[in-house]
Ligand binder design. Sequence first.
Ligand SMILES: Nc1ncnc2c1ncn2[C@@H]1O[C@H](COP(=O)(O)OP(=O)(O)OP(=O)(O)O)[C@@H](O)[C@H]1O
Ligand SMILES: [Mg+2]
Ligand SMILES: [Zn+2]
Length: 270
Amino acid sequence: MDNSKASSSSPTVKAPGTASLSTQLRDCEKCGSPYDPMAVHGSDKSYPFTLCPACGAQYIAEKAKQDAARKALDHENAIKRRANRLEQLLSQLVPWRFRDASLADFPDALTKPFRRLSGDGYVLYGPTGTGKTHLACAAMRYFLENTENLEAKGLPMFTTWDYLLLDIRRCFRQQSTESELDVLEPYVGAEFLVLDDIGGSTGFEQSESDFGLRIFTYVIGERLNELRPTVITTNRTRQATENAFGDRVASRLSTFEWIGCGGKDRRVTS
Ligand SMILES: Nc1ncnc2c1ncn2[C@@H]1O[C@H](COP(=O)(O)OP(=O)(O)OP(=O)(O)O)[C@@H](O)[C@H]1O
Ligand SMILES: [Mg+2]
Ligand SMILES: [Zn+2]
């Protein structure tokens, strides 16, 4: 410590209320006022020894302000990083057309069930072009926005029903080392799954094939058991879906929230 600043002419003082603290007064580095450094710095070391109590209090207040500003900036940066990560994820996870889809694009009545983020899943049904896939992707955005520790939990997934069926076929190739279970694992394990357009390639009134039925029952059943929500979209009515997939699937889907989408075909402009 630099003692050269100590006022040589200062008298020895006693700090109020203390019996033995005595020292020479010293000039404050900032304001120049004489002060008793020992009286303060015997116990309080939260500001530099070279400051008087008044300047010390100012120093502490300024430091608290700077700390709060730094914390706010860190928080803001963390939010920005999370938002960037979210946009990056969404652009990888959902079809490009729907990367900006948000629940805010829909009336509250349609989005309320998703904001609860609970339950086994949702079936969005209705005619073509009424925004079912858009709403399913918006729900995925909402899920991402409201899930902590995403990386640890596992990412959501988007697939069309037809793609899933085609994907399974890769384990039927002669040289394939994968089983059906291997191919289905990511669909079963995704924390949140959009299963777009079920029954899209079969006729409206036609039953699902035995193969399709087996796969669908397995995927939905496993996901229900593990409490992993699924958003399904379909052009079929509830009755037609239940007819096409049969009683066992109908029973499982009865715990889903069924949300009807209507209105005009948004693809048709005029
Ligand atoms: N609320 C919305 N706000 C803005 N664009 C929307 C909205 N809903 C749907 N769209 C757009 O309208 C088009 C049709 O919507 P979408 O593909 O979701 O319909 P769909 O019901 O899934 O149709 P299909 O049954 O044929 O699959 C898409 O380009 C989509 O991005
Ligand atoms: Mg669709
Ligand atoms: Zn001072």
